[in-house]
Design a protein around this ligand. Structure first.
Ligand code: F6P
Length: 375
């Protein structure tokens, strides 16, 4: 009996999604499977909005950015429906069964892995692929989208260099990454940023200023500061982490009033992360006497055609996913493992984040070439 499989893409989009859809679709069709796409992530699965994936649909999408299926950040168990937020898990499970699916492939980042795991716990046969430009999904060597975004951010830093140089300015360039600093670190290193600030290493404004002043004393009147959107100064970082710890404690005690209050306080750190970047730029201007400008790369980093490396990675993971389905393996994330892949149980993926270790070889190399890491 030929198998029926579903695919959806969820969370923030990422270059390489179409390459993954193509790889899954073409490999599945070659194996005699039927492939059904769901539009806009878990919302499309809940609303039963589908797209049949045939050879013609899968043709010419390898190089396209975004996702032909559309995406959303909607969660099955907390889905806005009209003016309410509802648990739509049962409807999703019913739709899965209505389509006689043998497996559902959810392509996404950390949030998607969690949501997919919840569905697996509700009895659905789920496989996931790790994608995000943040590269913060645990248990995989790398996620697709990261490489392309690093290329884009590096090119931006290259271009910012010449204008910073001409105007003798500091340019603070904000790079995506609210938990993990892989993108700011990678692009900062490849682009030769003078200062790289990442969430994993709380920064001391004095140390950043000293690095820029030192360059000035040497006659270099410009500096590039690559800052991850989630990077925080030491004091802010301390407040943020103690709020997070207090939230976990309040949750454990099932104190919903306290959780709500703490969540409100946490909004300061999550609603407009660019405020930190703007403040950082103003402070550096004041403390160094150099003019400073801010460039926020934002969603530009997620758009457009994927790099060759991401096309390759998405194709490898997507085609391997079908092999695992053929072997009746489910409840797993298909992870990149050197040149190959491995199927990691979803239970081992969720609740973890791939953050930059403070002694990671990239950090050590950046320091060796004289990059200020903010500490
Ligand atoms: O996809 C991850 C990410 O790119 C983060 O780095 C960033 O904070 C977030 O998405 C932005 O998401 P949205 O597209 O919802 O604004």
């Amino acid at each position: 009996m030929s198998k029926h499989i579903g695919i959806l893409t969820a969370g923030g989009d990422s270059p390489g999604l179409n390459a993954a859809i193509r790889a899954i679709g073409k490999s599945a069709l070659s194996s005699g499977m039927h492939v059904l796409g769901f539009r806009d992530g878990f919302r499309g699965l809940m609303e039963n909005r589908t797209m049949r994936l045939e050879r013609e649909t899968l043709s010419s999408i390898l190089t396209r950015g975004g996702t032909i299926l559309g995406t959303s950040r909607d969660k099955p168990h907390k889905m806005p429906v009209g003016s309410e937020v509802m648990d739509m898990t049962q409807v999703i499970c019913d739709n899965y069964r209505h389509h006689n699916l043998d497996a559902l492939i959810c392509i996404g980042g950390g949030g998607t892995q969690k949501n997919a795991y919840r569905l697996a716990q509700n009895g659905l046969n789920i496989l996931t692929l790790p994608k995000t430009i943040d590269n913060d999904v645990a248990m995989t060597d790398v996620t697709f989208g990261f490489h392309t975004a690093m290329e884009i951010a590096t090119e931006a830093i290259d271009r910012l260099h010449s204008t910073a140089h001409s105007h003798h300015r500091i340019i603070v360039v904000e790079i995506m990454g609210h938990n993990a600093g892989w993108l700011a670190l990678g692009a900062g290193m490849a682009g030769g940023a003078d200062v790289i600030l990442i969430p994993e290493i709380p920064y001391d404004l004095e140390a950043v200023t000293a690095a820029i002043r030192k360059r000035k004393q040497r006659g270099t009147n410009f500096s590039i500061v690559a800052v991850a959107e989630g990077a925080l100064a030491v004091a802010d970082h301390q407040r943020y982490t103690s709020l997070k710890a207090a939230k976990t404690e309040a949750k454990e005690k099932a104190d919903s009033k306290a959780v709500k209050k703490i969540e409100e306080a946490l909004l300061e750190f999550t609603t407009n992360r660019s405020n930190n970047t703007l403040r950082l730029s103003q402070e550096l201007e004041k403390m160094t006497g150099l003019e400073s400008r801010v460039t926020i790369l934002g969603h530009y980093q997620r758009g457009g055609t994927p790099s060759a490396a991401d096309r390759m990675l998405a194709t490898r993971l997507g085609s391997a996913c079908i092999d695992y389905i053929e072997q009746d393996i489910g409840g797993v994330m298909i992870a990149a493992d050197r040149d190959g892949t491995k199927a990691v149980p979803l239970a081992e993926v969720v609740g973890k984040k791939n953050l930059v270790p403070k002694d990671h070889p990239w950090v050590l190399a950046a320091r060796k070439v004289g990059t200020c890491m903010g500490d």
